[in-house]
Design a protein. Structure first.
Length: 172
């Protein structure tokens, strides 16, 4: 009886195939999360680099505390570098179409470079790689919005990284 009812519904409202990054599909794509994750990579890198011992030979308790801090900060840094890769893979695999690659011929290299920078940021404590990662993600954000016919602007964030984020330009 239920299957008969469902077949009737399918006849009245035939299902249509549509696609999006989550395969539901929701149709929501936005490079914002990748940018925030890149800011987090910068912040965690800076926080790890800023850790200092209270003396040249800290006691065991202080060393344990420092090791714990470094471990947590590193885990978050790596998690967010991987999040950058995840979000960019979604855009690359599900949003950017061949026509966009024709319009933006450096897009493939830009995505590839972003992936490499995210990997470097996971593996190393490299401020330059973290900053380059953000710049690369921002370039992808600019291309993303251009494909939608939307102008962008870089705005200074209130994040501790004290860097910018690419957002759609507000029109009046």
């Amino acid at each position: 009886m239920i299957s008969t009812f469902l077949r009737l519904i399918d006849r009245i409202f035939p299902p249509k195939s549509i696609y999006a990054h989550c395969d539901i599909p929701c149709g929501i794509y936005d490079p914002h999360l990748a940018q925030v994750a890149a800011h987090t990579v910068i912040r965690m890198t800076n926080m790890i680099k800023s850790l200092e011992a209270s003396s040249e030979n800290p006691d065991f308790e202080e060393r344990k505390k420092t090791i714990s801090q470094i471990s947590r900060l590193t885990a978050v840094k790596e998690e967010h570098a991987e999040l950058v890769k995840h979000e960019i893979r979604i855009l690359w695999g599900d949003y950017f179409k061949p026509v966009f690659v024709k319009e933006y011929p450096n897009l493939h290299e830009l995505v590839s470079e972003t992936m490499r920078l995210a990997s470097t940021s996971k593996q190393e404590l490299d401020e330059q790689a973290a900053n380059n990662l953000l710049e690369s993600v921002q370039k992808i954000a600019e291309v993303f919005w251009k494909t939608k016919g939307v102008d962008t602007v870089k705005v200074k964030t209130t994040y501790p990284s004290e860097k910018e984020i690419v957002v759609p330009k507000q029109t009046e």
